[in-house]
Design a protein around this ligand. Structure first.
Ligand SMILES: NC(=O)c1ccc[n+]([C@@H]2O[C@H](COP(=O)([O-])OP(=O)(O)OC[C@H]3O[C@@H](n4cnc5c(N)ncnc54)[C@H](O)[C@@H]3O)[C@@H](O)[C@H]2O)c1
Length: 450
């Protein structure tokens, strides 16, 4: 299972890009915004983390004709090759702080594609300088950081977008439209799941023996906000940091901002009332291998009943297929969502077109696909037009808060945590409340938005 899932995980990243067609901006008027007005149709972008997903971001942002890269930053100087080949001559930096300071007024926007634990530090720095930001998912590493990102974007009046690119793809856009059009009636329950495990890549339970840091890598900056630890080859950098609580966000953090996104958009849900997790065990180092997280959301005009249960599963757990009313020959996808309505069900694969069940009820229903947009171009166009996007930090912040709240619950399995979103606290659990944030390494503290 591991190999299949891992290769799906990697393949799907390539696929996301290949299936991305370029389209016009789907943005929302943002009259209070003035930044962007003086750009003269040109966007100067500085990118942080330019390999891995960072290369996908650079390629897709840079394919917009208004974009000019003015700085590439990667903490590992051996990882500039792909970006250089695609966009020759862009100045290199190993330290994003130096890049931001040196470029000063010579950049308008930043993309952030580093491991999760550094998103907020880098993106907040950029926004505090008045720069527009495209930041990878999950937006941040903690609930508190997601709140700061939303508040800072609002305060700095910048145009933002989270990098959950399927938000703009025809599959999720079509599913959102079906739900909002009432095709399955009001929604009673949602199940979402991903096939990958939280401790998937190194399968370690504790940090291994130290190794020597490659000459190309600045380990001090890579560790950044997290507690310092020894470098070990093929355990953290690149890519495998995901498994580790200090750097990544487990399977829920890796995929929640993708798979729960159409659910949040379609149903207009934001802050859960409560969250409870069950899993196969957690320690202080790595995320659980498999878990179920039970969220309860307040009702919206798209839901049935006083509250809406949304159940997240990963690491091989899935909902009971019978709930979908699929034909016995059909199978739930390896990752996706089951949206249960009063008048039918939608199975939404990650990533695939929505399927309506029971078949007999919907066989003559014609699903009209929505258009496919480039998530990256939507952001660039919105910045140039001074309009906000539908996946800006005002939306992505609460989505990422809910996702990271699930990770707080994973530390207190079996306990129902009551979420007081307004006060940014867990009302019934002081210890869990303390886990809404984390301890920052000296010199790498993040200050709250004033
Ligand atoms: N949207 C998607 O489909 C998708 C897919 C994969 C990853 N991601 C997200 O993208 C981010 C990066 O993931 P990845 O798999 O590419 O990781 P990775 O470790 O493979 O690549 C990260 C890149 O950033 C560089 N980097 C790391 N720390 C840095 C720092 N402090 N300053 C500058 N550069 C730094 C690394 O050297 C590397 O080149 C994560 O947040 C992840 O969740 C999103």
């Amino acid at each position: 299972m591991k190999n299949l899932l891992e290769s799906n995980h990697r393949a799907s990243r390539r696929q996301f890009l290949q299936t991305t067609a370029m389209g016009a901006a789907a943005s929302i008027a943002f009259p209070a915004l003035v930044r962007g007005a003086n750009l003269n149709g040109r966007l100067q972008v500085a990118s942080v983390g330019v390999n891995g997903m960072g290369f996908s971001d650079v390629s897709s942002i840079g394919s917009h004709k208004a974009v000019k890269f003015v700085g590439f930053c990667d903490v590992d100087t051996a990882r500039f090759d792909k970006a250089d080949k695609a966009f020759p001559g862009v100045p290199h930096f190993q330290d994003f702080r130096e890049m931001f300071s040196k470029l000063g007024g010579q950049f308008d926007a930043a993309s952030v594609s580093t491991p999760d634990h550094m998103h907020a530090y880098i993106a907040l720095d950029a926004m505090r300088r008045g720069k527009h930001v495209f930041c990878q998912k999950p937006l941040t590493h903690t609930v508190w950081e997601s709140r700061q990102m939303r508040l800072q974007a609002e305060q700095s009046k910048v145009i933002t977008q989270m990098g959950n690119q399927i938000h703009s793809h025809k599959e999720y856009r079509t599913a959102v439209k079906l739900v909002r059009d009432g095709v399955i009636g009001k929604v009673k329950a949602v199940h979402s799941w991903v096939g990958v495990q939280g401790n998937n890549y190194s399968k370690l339970q504790a940090p291994p023996a130290p190794g020597s840091v490659p000459a190309s890598l600045n380990w001090e900056i890579w560790v950044g906000t997290a507690p310092m630890r020894d470098y070990a080859p093929d355990v953290y950098h690149p890519f495998k940091w995901r498994d580790w609580q200090d750097f990544g966000s487990g399977a829920l953090g890796d995929f929640g901002c993708h798979i729960l996104d159409p659910i949040f958009t379609a149903l207009d849900i934001r802050e859960p009332l409560s969250v409870r997790a069950e899993h196969d065990g957690i320690n202080q180092q790595v995320w659980p291998s498999s878990e179920t997280v039970h969220y309860i959301f307040p009702a919206t005009r798209f839901t049935a009943g006083p509250t809406l249960p949304v159940t997240w599963s990963d690491g091989g757990r899935q909902p009971d297929q019978a709930l979908a009313q699929m034909p016995s020959s059909a199978k739930l996808p390896g990752s996706g969502s089951l949206i249960i309505g009063e008048g039918g069900n939608i199975v939404l694969p990650h990533v695939g077109m929505p399927q309506l069940y029971p078949v007999e009820k919907f066989q003559s229903f014609d699903v009209k696909p929505e258009s496919q947009l480039s998530h990256w171009h939507v952001w660039v166009d919105a910045v140039l037009a001074g309009k906000k996007t539908s996946d800006g930090f005002d939306y992505a912040g609460p989505l990422a808060e809910a996702v990271q709240l699930g990770n707080v619950a994973a530390r207190f399995p079996g306990q129902e945590l009551k979420w007081d979103a307004k006060a940014l606290r867990i009302a019934n659990h002081a210890e869990a409340s303390a886990r809404l944030t984390k301890r920052y390494r000296q010199g790498w503290e993040i200050h709250a938005v004033a």
